[in-house]
Each structure stands twice: as structure tokens, then as C-alpha cells.
Ligand binder design. Sequence first.
Ligand code: 13P
Ligand code: SF4
Length: 332
Amino acid sequence: MAPVVDLQRSEKLYADDLYEKVRHAIPAIEWPVHAKEIDAIMALKRTRNAVILAHNYQTPEIFHCVADLVGDSLALAREAMTVDADVIVLAGVHFMAETAKLLNPDKTVLIPDLGAGCSLAESIRPEDVRLLRQAYPGVPVVTYVNTSAAVKAESDICCTSGNARAVIESLGVERVIMLPDEYLARNVAADTGVEVIAWKGHCEVHELFSAAEVRELREDYPGVVVLAHPECPPEVIAEADFAGSTAAMAAYVAHNRPARVVLLTECSMSDNVAIQYPELEFVRPCNLCPHMKKITLGNIRRALETMRHEVTIDPALAAPARRAVERMLAVK
Ligand code: 13P
Ligand code: SF4
């Protein structure tokens, strides 16, 4: 039976002590609703022996208040392997939950909203990969983790934006097929000198940034340091000061402490990093990911109450998909 949590109680909440941390990102008027949900989630995590893994694009009340482990896709995949719990709730998108399940076949992996997809994962099917292999026999297939398990199962090795260069270089070949993000593929080709056969998939969030926008930002905000995610078009990367995964952007801010900075990526990323560095100015021309934003405190609580939606993977696909992910994780 689902444990019942009373959201109406009026005693002091555990979450109230967290507000100081997130007050720059969450208006005081919104806090009481969040605080009750946070307390309910903390209680349910204990009852269910569950952990919450949250991607850097989750909103601050999730990222800073209920998540046990946070990070980019690579960190979440690595952390998923170390989890000592019966249940993993993936506060992120479906491919991230599938990766966690691939690496933890014996644990229950839940995603709070099954509709949390990804335009890159939607852009390619397993039969497309098979056709590409026929067209380019012998050329290794490197697949971005932003894909379904069925597509991973057709691949030689996976990569994330955090290790794409290292993965390509680890293969020691002159030519690779790199799927499905055209821009990531072109950006990695420029970095490595390896010839890359790309697919025409794009991230619906990052494809919206333009080189003209970066030039305007530099005029409007003198001295601004521009960090861009490698899913942005190559002409945007060419105008940026630094390109890297969401974790690499956060690390850049931590090490360099730029007085004025812009992160060309999803909106919650700046909110989450800005909470840690209130002394820095974050310029915010961001774009929202509608899939990431499907995850809320409310549906995380419901996921733990009802144990839905459980992520499962066809065993015939799981073994080859896991091999491609594990091969990636073995690259240093
Ligand atoms: P990161 O691996 O850099 O966190 O990127 C994941 C993603 O979906 C970016 O849009
Ligand atoms: Fe997919 Fe782009 Fe959303 Fe990341 S930001 S989950 S790549 S649609």
C-alpha cells in the first residue's frame, strides 16, 4: 500500500531550514508549497529506501532541496552505479532514467513523468543506425547518451558531452559515425581532427542560440564571459569563451569566478549555479527545456507514493545497450 503523507500539517518543517540557501531563486510566497512537498519527499525517501538523482537542469527546489546526487549526464551515469538504495528516482529525462536502469538492472528506477523525453532521442531509430552501418561498413558508431536504449543497443560505444572528445580519441580511428546530435558531432570533429559522419538531430533548446546573439550579449554586457554547451551550433561555439558539458560549465565558474558570466544552455542551470555564487553576475538569456520542466516536486512525491512510473528495458536490448554504456565509462 502507498504510504500516505499529510501535506496539511502546520508544525515547523525540515525544509524551512533550506530556504536561506535558495531564497535568491525562489520567491518567498512560493516557498510554503515547496516546503510541504520537500518534507513529504524526505519522509518517503526513507520509507522507500530511495535516492533522487537530479540533472543540472532541474529547478532549484529539486536540485538543491531533495536531490541526493546531482550532475551532468556522465556524472549521473557514474553515480547510478554507486547507489546503495532499493529505488532510484531520476529527476531528469527518460534516457537518463534508462541509463540508470541499464547500470542497475536489479533496482527499481522511477521517472516522475513518462513524457519527459528529448528532441535528440526522438530524432533517431535503431533502423536508422543499421542503415548507416550498411552505408559505412566498418566505421565505428559512437552514440550520444541522449538516445533510447534501442539505439544504444545498435552502437559500439556511447559518449556524453563531457567525454565525447576522449571517447572519439580512445578509438584511434580516422573516421567515426557520431549520432544523433549534428552540432555536437561537428564540434567534436573540429576539436579532434577525426572525420565525423553526423546525423541531423538537434537539441530543441540549444539550437535556438545564435552567433549574433552572442555578439549582442558582448555589446550589452561588457566583459561578459560566454560559456556554451556543445549542443549549440558550431558558429555559437566559435563565438564563446569556453564550451563544455553542464558540469564543465559549473566547474569553469567555480575555478575562474568570472565577475559577469552567461551560460548558453537551459535556464535552471544558471539558477542552480548562481545560488552557489551570489557574488557573481549571471546574465540570463536562457531557453527552457520543456521535457526537463515536466519534473516537479509534486510528481516526484507521487512517484514515491505510487512507485510509478517504473522504467523497464527489453532484456534483449539491455545487454548490448549496457555494453555500449560500460565501454564509455571505461574511457578515462
Ligand atoms: P550534459 O551531459 O552536459 O548535462 O547535457 C545533457 C543534456 O541533455 C544537455 O541538453
Ligand atoms: Fe534533450 Fe535538449 Fe532537453 Fe537536453 S535540453 S534533454 S538535449 S531537449
